[in-house]
Structures are given as structure tokens and as C-alpha cells.
Ligand binder design. Structure first.
Ligand code: HEM
Length: 515
């Protein structure tokens, strides 16, 4: 080998060594960086993130934070919650007990279950907790709505809004409610006779929407003129829970535009209608106009009307649908309802007008409704911001955390309701004594309790009772799937939307399997 050959070889060995060295250095550096990052992430997830909540502890409170898992940084346990829905809460309850912590939707949260634990939350309003709703709900309802008010503002507004739900006022709503429900139930029968089965849940949603338009806003729904407003209401209601960003195209932006569209109609109505103290029927918006505290305050009337629409729509749609489900799969209960209606002379002639007094006498119907809401409470939980550290069940819930009082699991695990998965309206006969009523006060809470208890609960129960009577005496129905999977979030309802066939009572055509 000559000199130049040796040099060439040496140079290629050298470049090979350099390249191996560089590759090794780069690989080692990358590996080192990755290892350090992995170690830091591991440390962050397992040590720093959980201990950052320990540092939020209130040292003046002698008890520890509740057991539970705070999940991953920032997202907490949100992904698992989205994947599992209500099963997420059931599994946490069995793993950690009735007071546990978690981290959902960007906030540390403690969920409390059981009468003894939900009571301090429900009674602590304005003192240790305050009601808390997502920003999108607050923007869409407006600052004067009851759910956005706190302290004295809430007390005053609530007094006025409560006056829309007294038995005297509700009695004036009955003919309107009956008229709306008859129209819808007849429509379901007609459609079902033509098309076969129809989906129960969307049908119930349509009925709830008409009720809020007619009873709350006083807008007639029997002409096509009001179609744009109905569409706006659907957009408004579909976007109540959205990201709190109002840029063109976003959910909140669509919701805010829909709000303006609905309010145009409400304003027209408020400006045109003179207070008519002697009228047989006044909508809730017109009634607000007559309250001295709300007179001339269109902002108060508008925000609270929209809030009532929001509060009534999804909850009652779910209740109507679940009432169909419970009756459809419990024929013995349906027979007892029929027997009660027959005793009251309501079964044979569906044109007999209902009155508030007659509805008040239907004890079995009332028990069926209570049982539907025990098994399928439309709201699974209520949320509060802690303003003064709470000590519940031997655990502390620090200031600024969110506490969720569970409605669903509280009712499901209460020892006042043995065999909780059995639909058994007669259980309510034994629960009607004053002593039992006191005992279940914080264990049966479909409408919450305390200062924020559902202000519309009497109207909700009236809707439910009129619906039960009208659907039973007007038609026979058959569920395609009597044992559907139940979705609990965002609203409790059958996952398949409850396909049902309806037939008018008295038509020969109904299926032999009809209940
Ligand atoms: C079956 C149907 C209904 C159920 C299960 C239900 C349930 C509830 C619950 C659990 C709360 C308390 C929320 C909390 O503690 O934060 C509540 C509040 C409220 N509900 Fe209902 N609701 C129903 C129907 C209605 C109806 C029909 C209206 C009005 C027409 C209404 C109006 C309201 C209002 C305005 C509030 C807020 C009260 C306040 O913040 O002081 N609800 N509802």
C-alpha cells in the first residue's frame, strides 16, 4: 500500500469513528433528555400534581382532604369521566366511599353522596357554598336570572319567581297544559299509525318545547308564524353548555344570537300586552310583568323567562320519556293507573277536562311520578363553589374547590328505598307519614333542597301528572325495547331514544303486546 492509500484508509476510519461518536453522542444526549423528561413527567404526575392539592389544604381545619385520585395534570380524570359517564361516579363511590375527591373539567372537585353528607351542602347556600354554573349558562341566561344571583339579590328574585308557581296560579295553567299535551299525544298516535314506531325522546322534547313556549313565554304555537322563534329556542337550548368563547360560529355565539331572536318576540309581547288581571290564563312572562318588583324591569323579566325555559325543557323531556319507559315495562302499574282514572271518571271519556283539584286526588299517579323521579332523577347532581372550608364526613373541602352533591347515587343508595332497582310506586304509601317525610328529606332530592331547591317543582309535577293521565287515557303504547341502556349524562334517558308505537284507545288496530 502506498502512502496515499494509507492516508485514505486512515481518513475513512477516522470519519467512521467520528460518525459513530457523533451518532452515539446524539443518541445518548437524546436518550438522556428523554429520560430526564420522563422522570420529570413521572415526578410531576405522581408526586407534584397530587401534592399540589395537599398544599391547598386549609390548615385551620383539623381533618384531611377526602380520598380519591386527581388524575393527570390539568385534565385530571376528565377523559375517564367522558368515557364512562355515570359509571365513573359509581366506581369512585365503591372505591373511595361517600366523600371523595377527583379533578374534572379543569377543577378540583369533591363529590358527596348520602343524606347526611349532602345536607350541609344544601343548607350551606350563601354561607359556606354558592351555586355555580358554567360561564356559558350564565352568559346565555343573563345576569338577572335566578341562577346567577347570590345573597339578597337571589332572595328577592326568588320570592318573585316563586309567586309564579303557587297552587292558585298553577290551577289556571291546567287547561293550557292539557290542550298542549292532547295535541302532541294525538299527533304521536297519528304519526305512529302512519309510520309505525316513533322515537319517544325527541317526541317528548317537542312537547316540552311547546309547553315552555305556551305556558312560560305565552307564545302561541299553532301557527307557522312562530316557526323561526321555535328554531331559535332549539339553538338556544342546544348551546347552553358550550365553551365560553363567543366568536362567530362557536356554540356560545350561536346561543347568544338565538337569545336575541327569542327576546325580540318576548319584547313584542311585553310591549303589546296590557296587564289583564281578570284573564283566565296569563303566561309566566305576563305574570312577572304584573309583579311590583319586576314592573318596568324588562331585563329581569327577560333573563328569568329564559332561565325558566332552560330549567324546564331538558328536565321535563327526560321525565316524560322515562314515564313512558316505566309504564311500558310495568303493565301491572299501568293497570293500577287505569283503575284510578276509572274511579275518577277520567278513563272512558278523554274529553273530560282536568282540574288542579282532580289531579291532586290522584294518589297512585302521584306515587308513580315520585317513583319515576327516584329511579331516574333528571339532574344527577348539583354543583357549588365552596366559599368557606367545609368539614363533611371527616374530610375537608377547601375554599374555592367545587363540591357536587349527588342526587342519583344518594337516592340509589338510601336505606329508605330497599330494592332500589325495582320500580315500585307502592313504596310511597309507607313513606307518606310526617316522620318518613322528614327522614327522606335529604335522601330523596330530585329537586334539590334548601335555598336553591327547584322553584318550578310544583309545575314540573303538574306537567308529569297531566302527561300520565293524558297518555294513558288517550292511547295504548308498546315499547320496542323495554330494557334499553340508560344514558345519565347530560340527561337521563334511554340511549336508543325509546322507539314506541302508539295507537288511539278504542282503535281495533293496536298490537296484542300493547300494554
Ligand atoms: C322534573 C323536572 C325538574 C327537575 C328534576 C328539576 C330539578 C332541579 C334541581 C335539582 C334544582 C336545584 C339545582 C341546584 O341545587 O343547584 C333546580 C333548580 C331550579 N329549577 Fe328545576 N327542575 C325541574 C323542572 C323545573 C321547571 C318546570 C322549572 C320552571 C318552570 C324549573 C325551574 C328551576 C329554577 C328557576 C331553578 C333555580 C332555583 C334557584 O337557583 O334558586 N325547574 N331544579
Amino acid at each position: 500500500m502506498n502512502n496515499s492509500g494509507v492516508l485514505a484508509n486512515a481518513s475513512s476510519i477516522y470519519s467512521c469513528v467520528v460518525s459513530v461518536w457523533e451518532t452515539w453522542t446524539v443518541t445518548t444526549t437524546s436518550l438522556l433528555v428523554l429520560t430526564v423528561l420522563a422522570a420529570l413527567t413521572y415526578f410531576w404526575i405522581t408526586k407534584y400534581w397530587p401534592s399540589s392539592f395537599e398544599r391547598m389544604r386549609d390548615d385551620t381545619c383539623p381533618v384531611p382532604l377526602p380520598p380519591g385520585n386527581m388524575g393527570y395534570p390539568f385534565i385530571g380524570e376528565t377523559l375517564e369521566f367522558i368515557r364512562k359517564g355515570s359509571e365513573f361516579f359509581a366506581s369512585r363511590l365503591s372505591r373511595y366511599g361517600p366523600v371523595y375527591k377527583t379533578h374534572l373539567l379543569g377543577t378540583p372537585m369533591v363529590r358527596v353522596v348520602g343524606g347526611v353528607h349532602v345536607k350541609p351542602v344544601l343548607l350551606g347556600e350563601h354561607v359556606s357554598v354558592r351555586s355555580s354554573w358554567p360561564a356559558s349558562v350564565r352568559r346565555l341566561m343573563g345576569p338577572r336570572a335566578l341562577l346567577c344571583q347570590h345573597g339578597d339579590g337571589h332572595r328577592v328574585t326568588r320570592r318573585v319567581v316563586s309567586s309564579l308557581f303557587t297552587p292558585t296560579v298553577l290551577a289556571t295553567f291546567v287547561p293550557k297544559i292539557q290542550m298542549v299535551m292532547d295535541r302532541h299525544v294525538d299527533g304521536w298516535c297519528r304519526r305512529s299509525e302512519e309510520e309505525g314506531e316513533i322515537l319517544g325522546y325527541p317526541a317528548c322534547q317537542e312537547m316540552s318545547l311547546t309547553l315552555t313556549q305556551e305556558v312560560t313565554l305565552g307564545v302561541s304555537t299553532d301557527s307557522t308564524e312562530m316557526e323561526p322563534m321555535r328554531r331559535a329556542m332549539k339553538v338556544f337550548l342546544a348551546n347552553t353548555f358550550s365553551m365560553p368563547i363567543a366568536v362567530p360560529g362557536s356554540g356560545l355565539w350561536k346561543g347568544l344570537r338565538a337569545r336575541q331572536r327569542i327576546l325580540q318576540e318576548v319584547r313584542k309581547k311585553l310591549e303589546s300586552s296590557q296587564p289583564r288581571g281578570d284573564a283566565d290564563f296569563l303566561s309566566q312572562t305576563e305574570l312577572m310583568q304584573q309583579c311590583p318588583e319586576f314592573q318596568g324591569r324588562h331585563d329581569l323579566i327577560e333573563d328569568n323567562s329564559l332561565e325558566i325555559v332552560f330549567a324546564a325543557y331538558a328536565t321535563t323531556s327526560g321525565v316524560f320519556c322515562n314515564t313512558l319507559l316505566c309504564l311500558g315495562r310495568n303493565p301491572e302499574v299501568l293497570r293500577k293507573v287505569e283503575a284510578e282514572l276509572e274511579r275518577e271518571g277520567l278513563l272512558d271519556d278523554p274529553s273530560v277536562a282536568l282540574t288542579y283539584d282532580v289531579i291532586g286526588r290522584l294518589e297512585y299517579v302521584h306515587n308513580v311520578n315520585r317513583e319515576v323521579m327516584r329511579m331516574f332523577p333528571p339532574a344527577g347532581a348539583g354543583f357549588r363553589k365552596v366559599i368557606k372550608t367545609l368539614n363533611i364526613g371527616g374530610c375537608q373541602i377547601p375554599k374555592d374547590w367545587t363540591v357536587a352533591y349527588s342526587i342519583r347515587e344518594t337516592q340509589q343508595t338510601s336505606d329508605c328505598f330497599p330494592e332500589p332497582d325495582r320500580f315500585y310506586p307502592d313504596r310511597w304509601v309507607d313513606l307518606d307519614s310526617e316522620e318518613m317525610k322528614e327522614k327522606i328529606r335529604f335522601q330523596y332530592i330530585p329537586f334539590g333542597a334548601g335555598a336553591r331547591k327547584c322553584v318550578g317543582r310544583r309545575l314540573a309535577m303538574l306537567y308529569q301528572a297531566v302527561f300520565l293521565v293524558e297518555v294513558v287515557r288517550r292511547c295504548r303504547f308498546h315499547l320496542k325495547n323495554p330494557a334499553p341502556v340508560i344514558n345519565h349524562i347530560p340527561i337521563v334517558k334511554p340511549a336508543d331514544d325509546l322507539p314506541v308505537t302508539f295507537r288511539r284507545r278504542g282503535t281495533a288496530n293496536h298490537s296484542s303486546k300493547s300494554c
